[in-house]
Design a protein around this ligand. Structure first.
Ligand code: FMN
Length: 198
């Protein structure tokens, strides 16, 4: 079955796009506003875009606080979400003016090199400096409501319990949560090892 983009929605109860581009890592993004107010929100249009240097991006659909704080302050932290933090993460995904750390009962800690909070108990947090903020355009060059925020990782906090004796990050042990479509999430606890070319 082939469906042109405009016909997809009528063949499904809900748009399948996010269920097909899945699972997506969740960037739990913490920022501080120009007024000093702390902010925490999940972004699943999020990913690594480079490893040398390490760089990340997230997409704000509309002008959300995380985007505005990145514009004015030029920094953010990315916090990994483990399964035990799932409902707190979800509570920070609502549009409110107050500090979502407090709203969702998430313990915060200060970043070291940027003026920004981080999730104290996250398996790992990365301190990032904003490098580019790009409006997303469609195929006709028209601006969409989406904006990409890119940042370079300049520091890492990691919980020692997730660093193995042979010096690896224990991705499966950290029980990381990823976003699928609809109301679904996946847990990253079942890894398969395969050598490149194998
Ligand atoms: C799992 C999850 C993933 C989300 N991903 C995005 C996303 O990629 N882009 C976006 O604009 N909003 C996304 N949202 C919604 C935002 O988190 C929500 O609008 C939040 O209130 C934004 O907060 P802020 O204004 O403090 O940045 C997501 C929500 C959840 C629960």
């Amino acid at each position: 079955m082939y469906l042109a983009a405009n016909d997809i929605k009528e063949h499904f109860r809900y748009d399948p796009f996010k269920a097909m581009v899945a699972p997506r890592p969740i960037g739990w993004i913490s920022t501080r506003g120009a007024d000093g107010r702390d902010n925490l929100a999940p972004y699943s249009f999020f990913n690594a875009i480079s490893s040398l240097p390490p760089m990340l991006m997230f997409i704000s659909s509309g002008r959300k606080d995380s985007l505005i704080n990145c514009e004015t302050q030029g920094e953010f932290a990315f916090n990994l979400v483990s399964q035990s933090m799932m409902s707190a993460m979800s509570r920070t995904g609502v549009d409110v003016l107050e500090d979502e750390f407090e709203l969702a009962g998430v313990e915060k800690a200060e970043c070291r090199t940027i003026n920004c909070p981080r999730v104290a108990l996250s398996p790992a947090s990365m301190e990032c400096v904003v490098t580019q903020i790009l409006p997303i355009r469609d195929k006709d060059g028209a601006e969409t409501s989406c904006t990409m925020v890119m940042g370079q990782v300049i520091g890492l906090h990691v919980q020692p319990e997730w660093v193995t004796e042979d010096g690896l990050f224990d991705t499966a042990g950290a029980d990381l949560v990823a976003r699928c479509g609809y109301r679904d999430y996946a847990v990253n606890s079942d890894l398969i090892e395969l050598s490149r070319g194998g």
